[in-house]
Design a binder for this molecule. Structure first.
Ligand code: NDP
Length: 246
């Protein structure tokens, strides 16, 4: 159950991460917020505390293994243990392959893939030792279907899908009591489009979000649902998005 669970959230400074932090803290979870923008994290932690919840924050660049290890240590210092990690940090500078924005390709691989691996590596020793733990990760509908413009972004999200499914199977076979859940959001109104530098791609995406986008607090409710299930129960995969988006 969610009450008193210690949950690390990566990418907690805006969008889905921020909304999830507020949603689950309101239900009694103790949240540990990580992202690069400390000023944003401070404000969100203050909001949560003002509403009667428990929150701490620490600067985190998910591409750096040592900072992932540090936030796990920080969570244990503050709350004594870690029960769950929400691997949510991500960037989406989409463009056609022919635009050859190779620096952005590398950044997406680093944040969206290595960021997830670094987070898992950081919590896994504790989860194995305590024989329980919940790993939740954000893929995307672009991790389920191919869309022009999302070859690399979508590829990173296909990776998350495959990795999380294999992790789920291995954790079950090894009887670790580690649970996984993977989210596949569609159009959610956040700061994500700000990471797009290709004007044509930005315009195309903006049209979709203007037509369909919904609030990130809808996704937060799904994460909260998954975290609130009894320890012997798992839900593995959710697509979540606007009811009217084809
Ligand atoms: P936002 O841009 O609002 O949030 C992204 C978060 O990731 C920010 O908190 C940002 O914080 C953080 N972040 C980026 N790079 C790093 C890094 N190197 N280290 C730590 N944190 C980082 O977008 P969303 O809330 O939409 O994105 C959350 C997740 O949802 C992403 O994985 C995204 O791919 C996925 N998603 C979103 C969809 C949508 O429609 N919005 C659809 C499908 C999937 P900071 O800059 O402070 O580090």
């Amino acid at each position: 159950m969610i009450k008193d669970k210690v949950v690390i959230i990566t990418g907690a400074s805006s969008g889905i991460g921020e909304a999830t932090a507020k949603e689950i803290a309101a239900k009694g979870a103790k949240v540990v917020l990580g992202a690069r923008r400390e000023d944003k994290l401070r404000q969100i932690a203050n909001d949560i505390k003002a509403a009667g919840g428990e929150a701490v924050y620490q600067a985190l660049d998910v591409t750096k293994p040592e900072e992932n290890a540090a936030i796990v240590a920080f969570a244990k210092q503050n709350f004594g243990r870690v029960d769950a990690i929400f691997l949510n940090a991500g960037i989406m500078p989409v463009s056609n392959v022919s635009a050859l924005k190779t620096d952005e390709w590398r950044q997406m691989v680093d944040v969206n893939i290595n960021g997830v691996l670094n987070g898992v590596a950081a919590v896994m020793p504790d989860f194995l030792a305590q024989k329980s733990g919940h790993i939740l990760a954000v893929s995307s509908v672009a991790g389920l279907k191919a869309y022009p413009g999302t070859a690399i972004y979508g590829g990173t999200k296909w990776f998350v899908r495959d990795f999380m499914e294999v992790l789920r199977m291995e954790a079950a076979m090894e009887r670790t009591n580690i649970r996984t859940a993977t989210l596949y959001p569609a159009a959610i109104n956040t700061e994500l489009l700000d990471t797009i530098t290709d004007q044509q791609a930005a315009d195309g995406m903006q049209g979709v979000y203007d037509a369909f986008g919904i609030s990130p607090d809808r996704v937060a409710k799904v994460v909260s649902f998954a975290l609130d299930l009894p320890e012997d129960t798992t839900v593995n995969e959710f697509t979540v998005g606007p009811a009217n988006q084809p």
